[in-house]
Design a protein around this ligand. Structure first.
Ligand SMILES: Nc1ncnc2c1ncn2[C@@H]1O[C@H](COP(=O)(O)OP(=O)(O)OP(=O)(O)O)[C@@H](O)[C@H]1O
Length: 226
């Protein structure tokens, strides 16, 4: 029993009770965008860890095909956006595009991004060693980005803010290859640099100990930094 009730302070008791209720509602309203983002993130996160790749060889093959495609697309200044799904499921985004479900190959990736063809607009989503979908519409970042970066680069940053995916971007204007990870864009990749970074990140998926606790901790750390 609360002190205000013990001493018969009915008004005080009424004020405390209602302030608490209103306070909780006010907090929910004030932090509604943050809560929505957190719930969205949790909803897409797989808490039961799954292995994305079975061995180094599978990773090497996927990384080489993607890197080769990026370099060839860069040489011809063909714009491209390739998303590598990791632990966070990207079904919401694959559904916005055209389902493909084909083995990852540089030839197919290059073909998808040929200008004025039906699949070239939007992003390709790669799930494990398969091209899951093309022409996918991705969320644009709300960050301030350099003036010369348009919606393709904004979408690359946006999807990596909303998930643990990796985005490889080829600029149609300059041919520059960029990589977006965790909402940050780094630029000027060549074949060697791209294969090295992608291999390192994907090899992490071979580790089977990415427990629920670690995922929540990683997410909280990421949220704190923002
Ligand atoms: N929300 C989105 N999701 C996925 N792809 C998108 C999205 N918005 C735009 N794009 C892609 O970006 C292309 C437009 O790129 P834009 O020129 O605006 O960007 P950019 O970052 O300047 O790239 P580039 O350097 O290649 O010109 C569109 O044709 C489309 O393929």
């Amino acid at each position: 029993m609360k002190a205000s009730q013990v001493f018969g302070l009915v008004t005080l008791h009424w004020i405390i009770k209602n302030t608490l209720t209103v306070g909780v509602i006010a907090l929910i309203i004030i932090f509604q965008p943050e809560l929505r983002k957190a719930l969205e993130h949790l909803g897409r996160t797989r808490f039961l860890s799954r292995r994305m790749f079975d061995n180094d060889e599978e990773i090497r093959k996927v990384v080489e095909e993607i890197s080769l495609a990026a370099v060839n697309l860069s040489d011809t200044k063909t714009g491209a956006l390739i998303i590598l799904e990791q632990e966070t499921g990207l079904n919401d985004f694959t559904h916005s595009g055209i389902k493909i479900d084909a083995a990852v190959s540089s030839a197919l990736l290059e073909n998808i991004f040929v200008e004025n063809t039906p699949l070239h607009d939007g992003g390709v989503i790669i799930r494990r060693d398969r091209i899951a979908a093309a022409a996918c519409v991705l969320p644009l970042t709300e960050q301030e980005v350099k003036k010369d970066l348009g919606t393709r680069h904004r979408a690359a940053i946006g999807i990596t803010e909303n998930s643990d995916a990796i985005a490889v971007v080829v600029s149609e204007e300059t041919g520059i290859i960029s990589l977006a990870i965790n909402g940050k864009l780094t630029r000027n990749y060549n074949y060697e640099k791209l294969t090295n970074v992608l291999t390192k990140i994907l090899e992490h998926n071979l580790e089977d100990d990415f427990s629920m606790f670690k995922k929540v901790k990683a997410w909280l750390t990421k949220t704190k930094k923002k």
